[in-house]
Design a protein around this ligand. Structure first.
Ligand code: SF4
Length: 369
């Protein structure tokens, strides 16, 4: 249980500068990852880090047990990396945001959103694990794309391309601070005219602007009203910075979509979302608007996460935990998730659609969930 209630790290721009987000002092590494080319490249970026060999990147007991102590687990996120080899390579069908979920090239995250659903397999801190067998992963993806042939019919993921989510278990913008895996994925999809990579992000990494994606990578900047993000998006780039980056990423050759997510229902949410949509309308240029589309994702929370968050960030729980509006649902992995009740959710989605139509009519909603 929590042994301290420290202050929440402020998500100021300075706090999200690469040097603040990651100051790697220890790298846990599987032997095969350590001797791989990618593994050696990662270590070269952090030459002062101590290397600790581990049999399996899944079994690192030292990383567990920081629940409720935000200072300790943020320190683990900042100071620790894990290098491993991705064993099972499969692309899972999705059909909602992407046609396929690509095999991960990383898991874990250096940021700390209070609602994060990325599974915490390496303790609550869940620092970044880099998978070093990137050539196997990109080879697998090329073959998988080839097997699909040309997409026969438009779907909600994309009218013509097969879309592969490359960031299900991490934030690719931050992963790119650690290794060239994201650069290699962007380069792979650049050569695949029938497919597209896609990832959601809450971090603005301007190094990605140099990767020449030629339209084959979709970046989905997640946005929410700043008043919510200041409470629940911990260590991320500020929302205004994400919005300000959209035109630059479009100019650099990315397709840029927006994730309106998570939508958190609270007093005043409609006015704040309307203001955010007007901000998008003011800031984005014609090229960005012409290609924009959005996913609307209503908040999903989790009972265990609620209990942990109460220990370090009760203010977030005032926003996230609303039992009078929510219903529990057992997830596939046996966890109790909580979602807005069907009627509440339906009304929220309809209201948000109306706000988009009123304030950002150029923003096509690809799907709402
Ligand atoms: S940026 Fe994404 S992966 Fe990282 S903590 Fe936030 S929700 Fe989780």
């Amino acid at each position: 249980m929590p042994d301290a209630v420290p202050t929440v790290p402020s998500p100021t721009p300075a706090a999200t500068a690469p040097g603040r987000l990651l100051q790697v002092r220890r790298v846990y590494a599987e032997p095969a990852a350590l001797t791989s080319t990618r593994g050696r490249e990662v270590l070269a970026r952090f030459p002062a880090a101590e290397v600790v060999e581990v049999d399996s990147h899944w079994r690192i007991p030292e990383l567990h047990g920081n629940e409720g102590n935000v200072e300790r687990w943020v320190r683990v996120k900042t100071e620790t990396l894990v290098l491993g080899v991705k064993k099972s390579l499969t692309a899972r069908p999705n059909g909602r945001s992407a046609d396929w979920i690509a095999p991960s090239t990383a898991n874990g995250c250096a940021m700390a959103c209070a609602y994060c659903y990325v599974p915490r397999q390496k303790g609550y801190a869940n620092p970044i694990t880099v998978f070093t067998n990137i050539e196997q992963i990109t080879g697998y993806l090329r073959r998988h794309v080839a097997r699909q042939g040309v997409k026969a019919e438009p779907d909600q993921c994309d009218p013509v391309s097969w879309v592969y989510d490359i960031g299900e278990n991490s934030d690719c913008s931050v992963d790119a601070l650690v290794s060239d895996n994201v650069a290699d994925l962007v380069a792979t999809f650049r050569e695949l005219p029938t497919a597209k990579a896609s990832f959601a992000t809450k971090y603005v990494n301007r190094q990605l602007l140099d990767l020449d994606p030629r339209g084959r990578t979709r970046v989905r900047f997640s946005v929410m009203p700043d008043a919510d993000a200041r409470v629940v998006d911990v260590r991320t780039s500020r929302v205004a910075e994400r919005v300000a980056a959209v035109d630059d990423f479009v100019a650099a050759g990315y397709e840029v979509h927006l994730n309106l997510s998570p939508v958190i229902l609270r007093d005043g949410w409609e006015a704040d979302w309307a203001a955010l949509l007007r901000q998008l309308d003011d800031v984005l240029g014609p090229a960005a608007k012409a290609q924009a589309a959005a996913e609307v994702i209503m908040l999903t929370h989790n009972r265990d996460l609620h209990a942990v968050n109460l220990g370090w960030h009760p203010r977030a729980e005032e926003l996230l935990w609303r039992p009078e509006l929510q219903q529990p649902k057992r997830s596939q992995n046996g966890q109790w998730n909580v979602r807005y009740r069907n009627d509440v959710k339906r009304a929220g989605v309809e209201r948000l659609r109306a706000l988009v139509a009123a304030h950002a009519p150029w923003l096509r909603i690809r799907y709402a969930f």
